[in-house]
Design a protein around this ligand. Structure first.
Ligand SMILES: Cc1cc2nc3c(=O)[nH]c(=O)nc-3n(C[C@H](O)[C@H](O)[C@H](O)COP(=O)(O)OP(=O)(O)OC[C@H]3O[C@@H](n4cnc5c(N)ncnc54)[C@H](O)[C@@H]3O)c2cc1C
Length: 443
């Protein structure tokens, strides 16, 4: 059997890793000149840099042990903050601290709106927040940050996003604070940045990976269950036939290549790296700018994850999703306003554009996912693994686990395990896979 894996980010690499000793013929096609995708690292001015802050948190002990066996990592106590209306507050937000920090007028509003909040049908992110916290906290924090992240009004953001991100609805959720949102400790590779995991996987599957091989067309092979794929390579266009496909490509792109139009959107990000002439800028691993007026969403200081690079300098990595408003001057000005640095401290800068950073959970998203599910249920030999392929804000450990599961399904086609439907999202609290619509086989 021939298995074609599309993309060599963590999804494609870990799929190849789990299939490498199978009797099947496995080939990975990666469009770029290097592997790792969003989870790669690189060295800049002697510092190991990631694409925005990356860290490993999982409460699955078996999975953690498996990932730590790949790459030695150190356990780190999380330090992160939020800059809001000129004050530093805890991350994740704590309603009691907000009331104390923004005393008296904003606090009064938070408490009044909370006590007398109306209940709305939970049909959007904003409705969910208003029901749980009221207008005060919504206007102060949830609405501006989410609108900045997705670039659409909060009442146009799907409630699915809210259910994944806001889990402080009651005592039950308070008790679950050691969740994907509330984790207090995380793991980070001792050397070479977070990308060390992808590098390690690549070491084991290098022979299976073809770089600079971009999928440009895919069609079912007549009279068979397989597919004919066309790739653009530096040597020209090539065609390959595969019996099974594992795709980590953005779902809307893959759908288009196979003839399905989906209007799923991705929010791009522009990442600005700054070399700063200070031993350290902060003691945080990452911090957020929550106000909508600030173009920066989040900043990471890599030196705080693991000591590396020149001792007298540091690197800050600033993430901006409102790319139309981006300018280097503005990024530096905002950091100066928060007293992180002075303009003269910036010795060098570098910008990286990420066209697919965040799947946008708008109100049409659930319907579009159902269209995708109805289409792909007729293609049981195509498997979607990864953040963009499953259109879900997945973390690396979730993708690693999913790749392992899909590989098992492929190796044991007659087994009882069912492949995940497109759009199955992982509920970080319950640990259960939740299908947005009908599961495979039920449609
Ligand atoms: C800002 C930010 C912060 C994050 N922080 C964390 C974190 O702290 N912890 C965590 O676990 N996760 C984090 N993540 C998520 C994590 O980076 C991603 O979930 C993961 O890297 C996605 O891997 P992937 O393989 O699914 O996709 P990608 O990494 O996007 O890989 C897809 C690959 O497919 C290739 N490709 C694209 N088109 C084609 C084509 N036509 N033909 C062939 N190849 C193609 C691409 O070049 C790419 O290499 C973060 C993500 C972002 C954006």
């Amino acid at each position: 059997m021939k298995i074609g894996i599309l993309g060599a980010g963590i999804a494609g690499l870990s799929s190849a890793y789990f299939l490498r000793n199978s009797p099947h013929n496995v080939q990975v096609h990666e469009a770029d000149t290097r592997v790792g995708g969003l989870a790669r690292s690189f060295n800049w001015h002697g510092f190991d840099c990631d694409i925005a802050p990356h860290r490993l948190f999982t409460d699955d002990k078996e999975l953690l042990a498996e990932m730590l066996a790949l790459v030695p990592m150190k356990e780190v106590r999380r330090k992160s903050r939020i800059y809001l209306r000129g004050k530093w507050i805890q991350d994740p937000v704590n309603a009691v601290e907000m009331v104390l920090k923004f005393f008296p007028f904003t606090s009064y509003n938070i408490v009044r709106h909370f006590l007398f909040r109306k209940q709305y049908p939970e049909d959007s992110f904003e409705a969910l927040v208003l029901n749980q916290f009221g207008e005060g906290l919504n206007d102060l924090f949830f609405k501006p940050y989410s609108e900045k992240l997705f670039g659409i009004p909060a009442n146009q953001i799907s409630a699915v996003w809210g259910r994944r991100k806001i889990r402080v609805a009651g005592l039950r959720d308070m008790l679950r604070r050691n969740s994907r949102l509330y984790f207090k400790r995380f793991y980070y590779p001792m050397q070479n940045g977070y990308g060390a995991t992808c590098d390690r996987l690549y070491d084991d599957v290098k022979d299976l990976v073809r770089l600079e091989s971009r999928l440009v067309a895919i069609a079912p092979k007549p009279n068979s269950d397989g597919y004919i794929c066309r790739f653009e390579t530096p040597q020209g266009t090539i065609e390959e036939e595969y019996d099974q496909i594992i795709s980590s490509l953005p779902l809307s792109l893959f759908a288009k290549l196979i003839g399905l139009k989906l209007s799923l959107r991705f929010r791009p990000a522009r990442i600005t790296y700054l070399l700063v002439n200070r031993p350290r800028a902060t003691d945080n691993h990452w911090f957020y700018f929550a106000d909508k007026e600030f173009i920066i969403n989040r900043v990471a200081e890599f030196k705080n994850f693991v000591e590396n690079g020149p001792s007298d300098k540091t690197v800050l990595c600033c993430e901006v999703t409102d790319v139309d408003r981006w300018s280097l001057d503005e990024v530096v000005k905002e950091l100066a306003e928060a007293k992180i640095l002075n303009k003269e401290d910036v010795l060098d800068s570098m910008v990286m554009d990420i066209p697919h950073a965040y799947p946008v959970y708008d109100l049409a998203y659930e319907e579009q996912m159902q269209i995708a599910q109805r289409f792909f249920v007729n293609h049981p030999n195509i498997h979607h693994v990864g953040r963009h392929a499953q259109f879900a804000h997945k973390d690396i450990d979730e993708i690693f686990e999913e790749a392992k599961r899909i590989s098992t399904v492929i190796m044991d086609r007659n087994g009882a395990v069912q492949a995940a439907p497109v759009g199955a999202v992982h509920d970080a609290d319950s640990g259960a896979a939740v299908s947005l619509a009908s599961a495979r086989g039920a449609a």
